[in-house]
Write a protein that binds this ligand. Structure first.
Ligand code: ATP
Ligand code: FE
Length: 351
């Protein structure tokens, strides 16, 4: 089955062509420069850019795949959750192409696209445990099927990537904060500052990261007061201490999530970490070691497939089609669409 995927739920306009698990093309057009001056994604600007660029993204994806439009067997599109203007653009475009070709249309939950990526990249079997950890997300999911997810817990405030970014800002390091904090931490002593390990005293897999940034702010200001500013070594030690705290929290909560997951006795136990923070060597190493100890296969999809893309949407669409979950022309765009409420788009108004 050759599937065309479309993604336009945030600030990337993306199109991809997949044949089975083979990615024939994956085009991602960012909009960062359009939003840069505003300090965040502006929904109205994003919607307009998606409407302008979707056709071009599709054209490029087909061209790079070397597949004429007529050879597409189905069209998969992100139907939510996300910024509604962009999602609508994608859904409308997908409907037009599917209707024009007389081929099936399938609406995909964007988060399901992320959660199914380890099947596309590593061929994991259900059920597997997934930690989605990025600038905007942090949650444990047991993935049982294309529409079957159980959330074991997640952050109750900031996502770790966001905490890394704020830490970098507080210390005058460049954005994105993750890579710069990790680089600084290499020369630092993680034991010098006593960062908290939030929520470890509570059972379950919920996490909290906003307190780390507050702790860092207090330490920074105390140093500024007592010695009139930050020395290079202080910065490195603060980064190392902060990173070790994030690592320890993620590791302990992963240990608990693995225990819950393994209690079901999965036939081929596997764990996947996805999202920008998965690039962190310290965090990745700790989780990899935990998995090795527990006899669980460890996987981490490549970063370009962890960030927003349309290949994951095409892939998830393929699984939904195989499960008999095609959509029709009443497919609605949904601004909110929790993963654990089933992945099939509601028909009609979408409310
Ligand atoms: P989402 O797509 O979940 O809404 P996002 O677009 O911010 O959020 P990603 O692109 O997956 O998510 O990840 C970006 C985040 O990952 C940033 O916050 C960045 O600081 C963080 N990050 C990148 N590299 C590292 C690293 N080496 N260590 C820690 N964090 C990192
Ligand atoms: Fe995303």
């Amino acid at each position: 089955l050759t599937i065309l995927g479309l993604e336009s739920s945030c600030d990337d306009t993306a199109a991809a062509v997949l044949r089975g698990r083979e990615i024939l093309s994956s085009v991602v057009m960012g909009q960062a420069e359009l939003h840069a001056a505003f300090g965040g994604v502006v929904p109205e600007i994003a919607a307009r850019a998606h409407a302008e660029k979707l056709d071009l993204a599709v054209e490029q994806a087909l061209e790079q795949a070397g597949i004429p439009l007529e050879e597409i067997d189905a069209v998969a599109v992100t139907a939510g959750p996300g910024l509604i203007g962009g999602v609508l653009s994608g859904v409308m475009t997908a409907k037009g192409i599917a209707a024009g070709l007389g081929k099936p249309l399938v609406g995909v939950n964007h988060l399901a696209g992320h959660a199914l990526t380890p099947r596309l990249t590593d061929g994991l079997s259900y059920p597997y445990l997934m930690l989605l950890v990025s600038g905007g997300h942090c949650q444990f999911l047991v993935v049982r099927g294309p529409q079957d997810f159980s959330r074991l817990g997640g952050t109750i405030d900031d996502a770790p990537g966001e905490a890394f970014d704020k830490t970098a800002r507080l210390l005058g390091l460049p954005q994105p904060g993750g890579p710069s904090v990790e680089a600084e931490a290499k020369a630092g002593d993680a034991a010098r500052f006593a960062f908290p390990r939030p929520l470890l005293d509570r059972p379950g897999c919920d996490m909290s990261f906003s307190g780390l940034k507050t702790a860092l702010l207090r330490m920074r200001d105390r140093l500024a007061e007592t010695q009139g500013g930050l020395r290079a070594q202080d910065r490195a030690d603060l980064c190392a201490g902060f990173q070790a705290a994030v690592r320890d929290v993620l590791a302990e909560k992963t240990r608990r999530a693995l225990k819950t997951y393994l209690a079901e006795a999965p036939a081929e136990p596997a764990f996947a970490i996805a999202g920008g923070v998965a690039a962190n060597g310290e965090i990745r190493g700790a989780l990899q070691a935990l998995c090795a100890e527990a006899g669980v296969r460890f996987t981490a999809p490549p970063l370009r497939l962890c960030t927003d893309n349309a290949a994951m949407i095409a892939y998830a669409g393929g699984e939904l089609l195989a499960a008999g979950e095609a959509s029709d022309m009443s497919l609605a765009a949904r601004p909110r669409w929790p993963l654990d409420k089933g992945a099939a788009p509601m028909l009609g108004s979408g409310r």
